[in-house]
Design a protein around this ligand. Structure first.
Ligand SMILES: Cc1ncc(COP(=O)(O)O)c(C=O)c1O
Length: 338
């Protein structure tokens, strides 16, 4: 009886939080050749597009009774998904153990340690040179060790896709009107899977362009050292296979950094590395296709803010090193971030 009451209170609490969310803004960027709009996903309460999947995954699991007030949520993430889960779990009074790795930036790790009683940090690279598989093994161990644990599994959970279908895409369509192109950065593929289906249902002619980074294996490229988190992967995520993708743009990290600087200089937008990749893809695509008299209407997401990238993407010394390594690529042993 007491358990049922506690479960109902948890459901009520998620509904209250949901009711308070009003969506993220869409802003136009003045451009000579096309009408570009960007959806400021960094205005979500926990600071990124991962708010969408984190809250919806929790909400659905709570509704199904898979998460109760006694559950510990366990997830592998070194970035935005962990921050979003940490925030919403704290709001809901649920324990959360993030499994992170040494690529987690200092500010994110400090924030996670404030929000979570326990943080698991792996230190051994897997066979592919990334930490992803080591993190996932640690998650499996924790699921056995903890009494009642729930793993959101952001790489394959259909609720992640559905969150973007319902909320991110629902808002975008209402705010933007007809779109000719939608550019979406790909990490786990949840965003592009949800957005592409809903946008094409409403605007069948909209061309969906997946944006990935050099060194990611999602679209079949060879693995290579990557430094910018959020975008790219060292596995092919199951959710990505569900996306309706018309074209793929692969962007180098040097181009992503240049595009981040452009966004600040032209529009005052201080955004993270994957937003730079998406904007670089828009610029490069438009430069190649020269739209002419018809001004295409183009959308992309500003997935997170620039603050977490102050020591990387926005640090001239780091960028200089990146450019030097781009000329003389480093070995594969110091590989990927996700
Ligand atoms: C900043 C940023 N951009 C883009 C993405 C990609 O989204 P998805 O994982 O849904 O493909 C992520 C995912 O973590 C992200 O953190």
């Amino acid at each position: 009886m007491l358990h049922r009451r506690a479960g109902q209170l948890l459901i009520e609490r998620t509904k209250q939080i949901r009711r308070g969310l009003t969506g993220t803004p869409l802003i136009p960027l003045a451009d000579e050749q096309c009408d570009i709009v960007t959806k400021l996903e960094f205005c979500n309460p926990a600071g990124s597009t991962k708010d969408r999947s984190a809250l919806w995954i929790l909400e659905q699991a709570i509704g199904r009774g898979e998460i109760t007030p006694d559950t510990t949520v366990v997830e592998s993430s070194s970035g935005n998904f962990a921050l979003a889960l940490a925030f919403y779990c704290r709001m809901l009074g649920i324990s959360f153990v993030p499994v992170i790795d040494p690529n987690c930036n200092e500010a994110t790790e400090a924030q996670l340690r404030l929000l979570c009683r326990r943080v698991e940090k792996v230190s051994v690279r897997d066979g592919a040179g990334s930490y992803l598989k080591t993190r996932l093994s640690r998650v499996q161990e924790l699921l056995v060790e903890l009494d009642s644990a729930y793993w959101p599994n952001q790489y394959a959970n259909p609720d992640a896709r559905d969150a973007h279908y319902r909320f991110t895409a629902g808002e975008l369509i209402a705010q933007a009107g007809p779109l000719d192109y939608l550019f979406v950065g790909v990490g786990t593929g949840g965003t592009i899977a949800g957005l592409s289906h809903r946008v094409k249902e409403t605007y069948p002619g909209c061309v969906v362009v997946a944006v990935d980074t050099e060194g990611s294996v999602i679209f079949g490229g060879p693995p290579k050292k990557r430094r910018i988190p959020g975008i790219g992967s060292s596995i092919v995520p199951p959710l990505c296979e569900q996306a309706l993708i018309d074209q793929v743009e692969i962007v180098s990290e040097v181009r992503a950094v240049e595009a981040c600087a452009d966004l600040v200089a032209k529009y005052g937008l201080y955004a993270g590395g994957s937003t730079g990749s998406a904007y670089a893809a828009v610029q490069d695509y438009v430069a190649r296709h020269r739209p002419g008299a018809h001004r295409p209407r183009v959308a992309f997401l500003a997935a997170d803010r620039g603050h977490a990238y102050a020591q990387t993407v926005y640090d001239p010394a780091w960028v200089q090193q990146l450019r030097a390594e781009a000329v003389q690529p480093a070995g594969v042993e110091a590989l990927a971030v996700n």
